[in-house]
Write a protein that binds this ligand. Sequence first.
Ligand SMILES: CC(C)(COP(=O)(O)OP(=O)(O)OC[C@H]1O[C@@H](n2cnc3c(N)ncnc32)[C@H](O)[C@@H]1OP(=O)(O)O)[C@@H](O)C(=O)NCCC(=O)NCCS
Length: 154
Amino acid sequence: MRIRRYAPQDLEQMLQLLYDTVHNINIKDYSPEQVDVWAPKEPEVEKWSGFFENNICYVAEIDDKIVGFGDLTEKGYLNTLYTHKDFQRKGIGSALLKAFESEARNLGVSEITTEASITARPFFEKHDFVCVKKQNKEYKGMVFINFLMKKSLR
Ligand SMILES: CC(C)(COP(=O)(O)OP(=O)(O)OC[C@H]1O[C@@H](n2cnc3c(N)ncnc32)[C@H](O)[C@@H]1OP(=O)(O)O)[C@@H](O)C(=O)NCCC(=O)NCCS
């Protein structure tokens, strides 16, 4: 597996990965209506490319296939972290997170925060994130439970 920086030509594969992961993995914890709002068939391409271009964005690749990605703001907020539905529990999320932690340390950021899905919470706990609070986040008229979590880098 190789971790590298995002390039604009990755976007299409990443949005397909996001759709497939949300509809096959997050569906265990969220309703069909919620996953349709989270990852609609027609993605908001401009919104996502804006995140990936403006934030620090890495993709994980195996044999030129994108198997995971994430993006981190310069303030240490982990905005996304997704592993391909067929590559879950193989260490890809951990490898990406390690790259982001090292990037955050280099930026002098003292903690990483994220808003973890119900699905991702055990992953972040395993990596020493603590839950700050449970949230009912409203997005496009639907309420999503997630968890504000943080990890000190000191
Ligand atoms: C969260 C996510 C990115 C983790 O990626 P991953 O590549 O599967 O994670 P790893 O293989 O590195 O997992 C490392 C460890 O975290 C823990 N972990 C990961 N997923 C877990 C789960 N569903 N339940 C319990 N523990 C879990 C385990 O200890 C795991 O080690 P193990 O497999 O040896 O037991 C992935 O599950 C995902 O894509 N989830 C759906 C999208 C999502 O909700 N993203 C975050 C919110 S935006």
